[in-house]
Design a protein around this ligand. Structure first.
Ligand SMILES: *Cc1c(COP(=O)(O)O)cnc(C)c1O
Length: 382
């Protein structure tokens, strides 16, 4: 029976009949985009994370881009982030003509090391983009302390951290801006989608402007008023709008966020239990200030067997993955001034990690199968 197990991905969406119904309702309504569902989604998401404002956009990468633009990041500026992340966390700085600078990670939490961040601050540093890797929060007090000392903007990449808590407070209102993603493998999905939350009205106004071409109809920003049709382009933005179809799905999904998070925690606890005392596997350690949202569950094994274990699991229909390849090692970065960059902890981590399945609809039986297959391999190969 085990060998006939169907494919189990490392992550996937959970869609129910309510999700389908609300999307269908939008399709039959007057607005497919720029209608009432977007504002409703923004309000509900901002309330959920405890932020004053939210601006929803077409994806998480667009959210990071407009956040960098709103922060005034541009040519000559440096932005410090982690190499253990999806490329978008650094690319957003490049989009603005700025230079991403990679600080090393903390070897225990795998998150960006505040000490390393401080080592990389220069006169040109403008912002820090910490990433709450796997859903475990970064050491935000330490990061804010550095930001205050050197007058830096903090944009949290919380693509892994919907519902995560730092010292009992939800991620989303702690820094100047926070970005979330609603890609299907994330906690809640819009198909594609992203959002920036902020408590600052000035940033909120800029985010809205950059989402839609730099165009505004708001009288307080207009240089003149020519008539009721009149609008102005007062800056250079993009078309990063999200549709009402996506926003309606997001609202429906957000309604189940507590259930989603609870299940992820349950799965993580079961993996912890299965591997805690199992020779050859290191489970992720949790910092006491963080209540993880468990976007990913990452195990560490000896680098000499990582590839074989990965291939064994894939051969057994388990869709494991590696998060992440250190961003600066990509050819694009190596060819654009990063040929000598090296973050030792990040490179060491990369050689040993595998992300194993964690998502709402993962059944007990499927998780047992994943655990059995990992143990089976380890017993034969460690
Ligand atoms: C998913 C993700 C993003 C980008 O989100 P998209 O919605 O796919 O554009 C950015 N940063 C991290 C860490 C992510 O995991």
């Amino acid at each position: 029976m085990e060998s006939a197990m169907h494919y189990i991905p490392y992550g996937r969406q959970s869609i129910n009949e309510d999700d389908i119904k609300v999307v269908e309702e939008v399709l039959k309504s007057d607005f497919l985009t720029t209608g009432p569902k977007i504002a409703e989604f923004e309000r509900k998401f901002a309330d959920y994370v405890g932020a004053k404002y939210a601006v929803a956009v077409s994806n998480g990468t667009a959210a990071l881009h407009i956040a960098c633009m709103a922060a005034g990041i541009g040519k000559g500026d440096e932005v410090i982030t982690t190499p253990i992340t999806f490329a978008a966390s650094a690319n957003c700085a490049l989009y603005c003509g700025a230079t991403p600078v990679f600080a090393d990670i903390d070897p225990v939490t795998y998150n960006i090391s505040p000490e390393s961040v401080e080592c990389h601050v220069t006169e040109r540093t403008k912002a820090i983009i910490p990433v709450h890797y796997t859903g475990q929060t970064c050491d935000m007090d330490a990061i804010h302390k550095i930001a205050d000392k050197y007058n830096l903007i903090v944009i949290e990449d919380a693509a892994h951290a919907v519902g995560a808590e730092y010292k009992g407070k939800k991620i989303g209102s702690l820094s100047d801006m926070t970005e979330f993603s609603f890609h299907p493998v994330k906690h809640i999905t819009c198909g594609e989608g992203g959002i920036v939350t902020t408590n600052r009205e000035d940033l909120y106004e800029k985010l809205k402007l950059f989402r839609t071409h730099g165009i505004t109809r708001e009288e307080k920003f207009l240089h003149k008023v020519d008539g009721p049709w009149y609008y102005e382009q007062i800056d250079l933005g993009y078309n990063y709008r999200i549709t009402d179809i996506q926003a309606a799905l997001g609202i429906s999904q957000l309604g189940r966020i507590d259930k989603f998070l609870e299940k992820r925690k349950k799965i993580a606890a079961k993996y912890d239990e299965a591997f805690r005392d199992f020779n050859g596997i290191e489970i992720p350690k949790q910092a006491e200030y963080s209540n993880s949202a468990y976007h990913l569950y990452v195990i560490k094994v000896d680098k000499s067997i990582r590839k074989a274990l990965f291939e064994y699991l894939r051969a057994n229909n388990i869709g494991v993955n590696v998060h992440y390849i250190p961003v600066y090692t990509f050819p694009y970065y190596r060819e654009h001034g990063y040929e000598d960059v090296k973050c030792e902890n990040a490179e060491k981590l990369y050689e040993s990690i595998i992300s194993i399945p964690i998502y709402y609809d993962l059944s007990d039986e499927e998780q047992d199968y994943v655990i059995d297959k990992i143990k089976e391999f380890m017993i034969e190969n460690r």
